[in-house]
Design a protein around this ligand. Structure first.
Ligand code: DGT
Ligand code: CA
Ligand code: CA
Ligand code: ZN
Length: 578
């Protein structure tokens, strides 16, 4: 058998171990340079196009930022799955302390103090200490910190066991590829929330038809399986490294459509669909659609089932019981946008601010992906951590971008900025500077805890600025990490409509912001959208895959999205040119 694992998964596992070492070093109070070296290495490894397992030490040292020591550690992790440094560090702390360290807003210094002063060794210990009011008593902490800790624990419990769409899809695709190697004639598909493109997934659901039942056995031997939860017969469940649970079901070809439909869900959609069958006196389940006498009506394909129920085919992304069944009955479903419709990408970064790649590399890679135009939108000055641009640098950068664009065939590079929206809604750069650019994305990166009134007024003030074309990642949420701001999305949408400003669907897997329902509201009110990568490195130029799925879940069609237009048309539709 050839190797079943795609490179990025391997790399991500190695990167996780490196990050854990960095965390432990920080807990210990080690040299910051050493800690940063591990974090940096994790970043390089997780974003590398090559598999770390394909490289020897010399090859690894060829990567910028990986020295002799780190190359050795990486080799050790690749070959043994772990490394001595990590094991040694773990003897100094209980492993459960790592969970505490990963809490949002709880840094290693705090954890070290809590450990020393209150013997906090785990999340449970921490929750108990916070609830008993023992944290506010520690020097330098206070009641507010205690409150934040309780909130972070609550959020973590809510998110536990869920995974980002990108990671879930990659893992599911790896499993499907592995199963196909063993059963080339079978049809094997990812179903469940991953097929629907939901922003996060609880577990992975895989459906196989035309396969021998022994495939369930093969499934339990997938290399990333940590534990087999259930097995035998036509189904199996496993726990995978990285905290995933995956379920496999094997059904016969005549049931394929019914099983695909049922296990794709959502549950709410299924229940509504079953009610429609019941209205006709029929029965719908994972085995098929049956009439009053239990005779099969449909089951081999999903289309057969929807058709028999008097419906147009409903794309998986729409199956959330949000009106799609009524729309399918009236033949009123939108024709959803596809990835191939995107002609431009209006949000990406270079080494000029916090991107990892040069202007030249980003342009070449965007061109290789078939894009007709892109905008380079580095950060503005107030994001000093990201080396944001002041007016002088912004103007010089814009000139360099335009000059470079002139040397290019087949792609146009627009000079833009991702301008910070300051706490009061003012822009981070002068009006003249912003007016001189080709496109301005305005985004919030700080003070996101404002109350609804302030936050909404802040965003609307930005929308009313004549040089703002696009609002980037509206709520600034971080999936599975922090909630978005309390902005009133409806009011923002109305302001965007009134001012001809487009709203971004930011495609970073942990953002997907606008989310599906916000995107739908915007589309319903006639606000134009853009789907952007917000790439900070090459691999991220492929993120729009996730943004497009989110748009589809928001009932978005090609015409709702400005960057599906050819450049000339696109430019005309930008706020500044209207
Ligand atoms: P998740 O895993 O939380 O991200 O969400 P799903 O949608 O993947 O849910 P999951 O894995 O529990 O089940 C997969 C699909 O199976 C679900 O979308 C619909 C179907 N299903 C599960 N339980 C039920 C049920 O009780 N009734 C109906 N009608 N369908 C169900
Ligand atoms: Ca699932
Ligand atoms: Ca499941
Ligand atoms: Zn950005």
């Amino acid at each position: 058998m050839t190797t079943p694992l795609p490179a990025p998964l391997d790399n991500k596992a190695v990167a996780r171990t490196l990050l854990e070492i960095a965390d432990l070093l920080e807990l210990k109070g080690e040299n910051p340079f050493k800690i940063r070296a591990y974090r940096n290495a994790a970043d390089i490894v997780s974003h590398a196009a090559e598999a770390v397992s394909d490289l020897d030490e010399a090859g690894l040292r060829g990567w910028n930022g990986i020295g002799k020591d780190l190359a050795g550690r990486i080799r050790e992790i690749v070959t043994t799955g772990d490394c001595q440094v990590r094991r040694d560090l773990l003897t100094e702390f209980p492993a459960t302390l790592l969970d505490v360290l990963r809490l949002q807003g709880v840094g290693p210094k705090t954890v070290a103090v809590l450990y020393k002063e209150l013997r906090v060794k785990s999340l449970d210990d921490l929750a108990a200490a916070a609830k008993a009011g023992r944290i506010r008593g520690i020097k330098g902490m206070g009641g507010k910190k205690e409150q934040l800790i309780l909130q972070a624990i609550e959020e973590r419990q809510r998110f536990a066991g869920r995974h980002l769409l990108s990671r879930a899809t990659e893992m599911a695709e790896a499993i499907v590829a592995y199963l196909k190697e063993h059963a080339p004639a079978a049809e094997i598909t990812t179903v469940g929330s991953v097929r629907r493109g939901a922003e996060t997934s609880g577990d992975l659901d895989i459906l196989a038809t035309g396969a021998d039942l022994s495939l369930a056995d093969v499934f339990t031997k997938f290399p990333l399986v940590e534990r087999v939860l259930a097995g035998g017969g036509s189904r199996a469940s496993v726990l995978l490294r990285g905290g995933f649970q995956a379920d496999l079901r094997i059904v016969t070809p005549d049931q394929r459509g019914a099983a695909l439909q049922y296990f794709t869900g959502s549950k709410a959609h299924n229940i509504a669909l079953r009610d429609r069958a019941l209205e006709r006196g029929w029965k719908l389940n994972e085995y098929g659609l049956f009439d009053t006498e239990e005779r099969p009506i449909a089951g081999a394909t999903e289309l057969d089932i929807y058709k028999a129920l008097g419906l147009a085919y409903i794309e998986p992304e729409l199956r959330e019981n949000r009106g799609e069944i009524a729309a399918a009955a009236q033949r009123a479903l939108p024709s959803l946008i596809t990835r191939a419709d995107l002609k431009g990408d209006l949000h990406m970064h270079t080494t000029e601010s916090d991107g990892r790649e040069s202007l030249e590399t980003m342009v070449a890679e965007a061109k290789a992906r078939g894009l007709e135009y892109i905008a380079i939108t580095d950060h503005s000055q107030s994001l000093s951590m990201a080396n944001g641009l002041d007016e002088t640098r912004c103007t010089a950068h814009a000139e360099r971008i335009r000059n470079y664009s002139k040397t290019q065939k087949g792609i146009t590079v627009l000079a833009g900025i991702e301008c910070d929206i300051l706490a009061d809604g003012a822009m981070d750069l002068s009006d003249d500077c912003l007016a001189s650019l080709d496109v301005v994305v305005a985004s919030i990166h700080s003070a996101i805890a404002q109350d609804e009134r302030d936050m909404t007024a802040r965003v609307i003030r930005a929308i009313e600025h004549p040089s703002v074309d696009i609002i980037g990642h509206l709520t600034a949420r971080m999936l599975l990490r922090r909630e978005g701001s309390r902005v009133n999305v409806e009011k923002v949408i109305d302001a965007a409509k009134a001012n001809g400003v487009a709203l971004e669907i930011n495609s970073q897997p942990h953002r997907l912001d606008l989310c599906d329902t916000h995107a739908r509201l915007a589309r319903d009110r006639g606000v134009k959208l853009v789907i952007d990568s917000d790439a900070h490195y090459v691999e991220a130029l492929d993120y729009p895959r996730w943004g497009v799925m989110t748009a589809r879940r928001g009932w978005v069609a090609r015409d709702d999205v400005l960057n599906t237009l050819p450049l000339k048309e696109f430019k005309k539709r930008l706020r500044r040119n209207r």
